[in-house]
Design a protein around this ligand. Structure first.
Ligand code: ATP
Ligand code: MG
Length: 396
């Protein structure tokens, strides 16, 4: 017996009252995009989405859908005749196929005209399995198989297993952010967390050649390719940061350089975010992880902008971030040895409690505003999508 359909259940979004309609149509669009190129046919039902697998394997479809934000769980289902005798036969066959013995039956009955109550159906199927599957026993609390039956208008649907979905909200429902993507371990994980919440992500990277290798860009592209199952296309803006960084190191004492560099990054990020229609900036900062990420430092850095700055990892443990990076396959790419501008210019004794007045005093020693304008004109844009990678040179 082979499952020929999947039921996609949405969790959190079903609580969203008036937004429900647009949530569902957004989720439907995203599922359809995720299944592109397969033989699956997707349709919307009252309280779930329904996928006919046709020639596509269950694993292939589940694998793709498990990366679509907004899905709570995915159940492979057998579509069967609603008659109680045929339901019993299918239940026995499904139990035999599972090879397991401790089971329970649960019934959901959207078709209110069905002659038997949910309780009657559970009893009938439970008895049938007990009679026909040797060694089987009912265990409501510690079962190996939950035999679920859903009796609907058109047919009954039987399932014995459920795959967890990604949870969160459908991508695109919650607007867009501009994420500062460094190529380290943290910012790709921050990206994943944002996408999972349904927030679209555009990326911004600060490149400082020749101090940093051009290889960093390939690393970023590879990271974004790993994230494509969660968002089908990324925009990556690469800001030429070398001049600004050189000026900072010429004019500010070494322990302050990293704070000032971050202040410049946020100023630039705000400009880029506004130009691209983003509603926030996001970073992979994690409070306390390094000197530039103490609360004092974040206070001094954040002072340059009134634009919202999201820090999805701000209170995560590094081990959890690493686990997640491994799960989304970005870890091995992130630890490739190419240096980031922050590593190269890292002060020996960075200030953990930078003084705001000092930051301002050092910054006015050079004309950073003009350098920012010049840099904005030199941004190179890279598009990473399922169709490939495309570069756009600056429009100077
Ligand atoms: P990551 O692993 O994301 O690089 P990190 O722990 O190495 O983080 P930092 O290097 O201090 O921490 O950077 C903190 C955050 O600042 C990064 O997560 C990223 O959002 C941003 N950032 C740092 N360097 C760059 C860069 N060159 N381009 C874009 N964003 C950057
Ligand atoms: Mg870094």
């Amino acid at each position: 017996m082979k499952c020929d359909c999947l039921m996609i259940h949405y969790g959190e979004l079903s609580t969203k009252g008036e937004n429900r309609k647009s949530f569902i149509s957004c989720l439907t669009r995203n599922c359809r995009a995720a299944l592109k190129g397969t033989d699956c046919v997707l349709s919307g039902r009252r309280d779930h989405l329904y996928v006919e697998l046709n020639l596509t394997s269950e694993q292939e479809a589940v694998n793709r859908l498990s990366k679509v934000a907004g899905i709570q769980r995915i159940s492979p289902v057998y579509k069967v005749d609603k008659g109680i005798e045929s339901l019993k036969a299918e239940a026995i066959a499904a139990m035999k196929e599972s090879g397991k013995h401790r089971f329970k039956v649960s019934c959901h009955r959207p078709d209110k005209s069905y002659p038997l109550s949910s309780y009657d159906v559970c009893c009938a199927l439970g008895d049938a399995v007990l009679d026909s599957v040797e060694g089987s026993e009912v265990d409501l609390h510690d079962h190996e198989v939950n035999l679920k039956v859903s009796i609907r208008e058109d047919a009954a649907y039987l399932s014995t297993k459920t795959y967890p979905g990604l949870g969160g909200y459908p991508l695109g429902m919650a607007g867009k952010v501009t994420l500062l993507l460094s190529g380290g371990i943290d910012s790709p994980v921050a990206c994943y967390k944002l996408l999972r919440r349904g927030i679209k992500v555009d990326c911004l990277h600060f490149a400082a050649p020749p101090y940093t290798s051009g290889q960093v860009i390939y690393k970023l592209i590879d990271i974004l390719k790993e994230l494509l199952p969660y968002q089908a296309d990324f925009r990556l803006d690469v800001f030429p940061f070398t001049k600004i960084q050189e000026e900072i190191y010429k004019h500010a004492p070494e322990p302050y350089c990293i704070t000032i560099m971050r202040r410049m990054m946020l100023r630039i990020a705000e400009r880029v975010a506004k130009a691209r229609g983003s509603l926030s900036i996001a970073t992979g900062e994690d409070v306390g992880q390094v000197a530039s990420q103490t609360l004092d430092s974040i206070y001094a850095i954040n002072e340059v902008t009134s634009f919202p700055v999201l820090r999805p990892l701000c209170v995560e443990d590094k081990v959890d971030v690493i686990d997640l990076a491994k799960k989304i396959n970005t870890f091995d790419i992130s630890i490739r040895p190419y240096e980031d501008c922050c590593t190269i210019f890292k002060p020996k004794r960075p200030k953990t409690k930078p003084d705001l007045a000092h930051c301002k005093e050092f910054e006015v020693r050079f004309d950073f505003a003009s350098l920012i304008e010049e840099g904005l004109k030199g941004i190179k844009t890279i598009y990473v999508s399922l169709d490939g990678v495309r570069e756009e040179e600056p429009r100077q």
